[in-house]
Design a protein. Structure first.
Length: 105
């Protein structure tokens, strides 16, 4: 896993995204960091996949490397899975595998 993709304590910037240092970027200051109460990365599994082409099936292990709350209510996750594939998931589409306390925003 690329350590450079892990983002803790802040939201991604356009510069981060253009440099390939993050998985996603939300423009217009609509995003803030989301905390699970400890640093990323965290492990998870897909529970509600997008059924479109290219998305991993239920049960696929994921590594969460980026977590942001968008528009004050939607938790968006940047993940790495498989052989280094990257994806974006909503928090409700994954099940955390690590033991974490209640998330704190």
């Amino acid at each position: 896993m690329s350590e450079s993709k892990i983002l803790n304590g802040r939201a991604a910037t356009k510069k981060d995204f253009e440099a390939g240092k993050v998985i996603f970027y939300i423009p217009d200051s609509r995003s803030a960091p989301y905390s699970f109460g400890r640093d990323l990365p965290l492990t998870a599994r897909v529970v509600n996949p997008d059924l479109g082409d290219g998305f991993p099936p239920p049960g696929t292990p994921l590594i969460i490397v980026q977590a942001e709350i968008t528009d004050g209510e939607y938790v968006t996750l940047g993940v790495i899975y498989g052989d280094g594939d990257e994806g974006v998931f909503a928090l409700e589409d994954v099940e955390l595998q690590d033991s974490v306390d209640d998330a704190v925003t």
